[in-house]
Design a protein around this ligand. Structure first.
Ligand code: C2E
Ligand code: MG
Ligand code: MG
Length: 245
């Protein structure tokens, strides 16, 4: 408890002290051989603890309400970076940003996003929000209406960690999402565990039947890649291609 409290106190100052940094992990399409986007992943360069991973401080940010300013900073910074890359002659088709429940359910989400897009001069189509499956299913009705507003603006949506939550397929059908992101826990085991292999195959088929993009995350080996490609998946993210950099 003491440790968490001290982390929370430090986190309050992290933004103003410029201690948050974004790393970017490329996403590739193996059919075209091109980088199709990058996912922004936040880290906290803590003065004494060193680099703190998001799994440690994002939950604290959610509990304390700091997820709001931190989340806005992440989106703004990622969009500004995408703009820099475009100016440097290396435009990225997509920049993906993770958004947590507390952020997603805010009434001012769309306003914040529109402001950021205008400010950073980024096309709405360039921005993709990654939301987890559990978030969606917990608040499905509300989620569908927010999704529709995001669609109107032109922002894309990916369902992160797909397969680990509790999906209602009837909601999935009604939701204007663009991509499913196959969770890395299944990808990790596809070559050793027949159940994981079957689940991954089913997710790929489900996504394609619903005319959604399917991207596999956590691809670390050539064998995993070969399996996924053989099953019709062509978009990937993982250490096999690049770590977050
Ligand atoms: P995620 O969105 O599912 O991100 C994928 C995680 O897997 C990242 O961990 C990434 O570094 C890691 N990863 C990528 N490729 C591989 C691989 O080949 N093998 C393995 N073992 N791992 C791989 P990271 O950066 O520690 O992020 C963890 C989670 O924290 C993310 O999971 C996401 O849910 C959350 N997160 C990260 N940045 C943000 C943010 O800006 N806002 C919010 N709300 N959550 C964030
Ligand atoms: Mg993600
Ligand atoms: Mg994920």
């Amino acid at each position: 408890v003491a440790d968490r409290l001290s982390l929370a106190a430090d986190l309050h100052r992290a933004l103003e002290r410029n201690e948050l940094v974004l790393h970017y992990q490329p996403q590739v399409n193996t059919q075209t051989g091109r980088i199709i986007g990058a996912e922004a992943l936040v880290r906290w360069q803590h003065p004494t603890r060193g680099l703190v991973p998001p799994g440690v401080f994002i939950p604290v940010a959610e509990e304390t309400g700091l997820i709001q300013p931190i989340g806005a900073w992440v989106i703004e910074t990622a969009c500004a970076q995408a703009r820099e890359w475009a100016k440097a002659g290396i435009p990225l088709p997509t920049i993906s940003v993770n958004v947590s429940v507390r952020q997603f359910m805010r009434k001012d989400l769309i306003d914040t996003l529109v402001k950021i897009l205008r400010h950073t001069q980024i096309d709405a189509q360039t921005l993709e929000l990654e939301v987890t499956e559990s978030l969606i299913m917990k608040n499905a009705e509300e989620f569908v209406s927010t999704l529709k507003k995001l669609k109107d603006v032109g922002i894309k949506i990916a369902i992160d960690d797909f397969g680990t939550g509790y999906s209602s397929l009837s909601y999935l059908k009604r939701m204007p999402v663009d991509r499913l992101k196959v969770d890395q826990s299944f990808v990790r085991d596809i070559n050793k565990d027949p159940e994981s292999a079957t689940i991954v195959e089913a997710i790929i088929n489900l996504g394609h039947s619903l005319k959604l993009g399917v991207i596999a995350e956590g691809v670390e080996t050539a064998q995993q890649l070969a399996f996924l490609r053989h099953r019709g998946c062509e978009e990937f993210q993982g250490y096999h291609f690049s770590r977050p950099v």
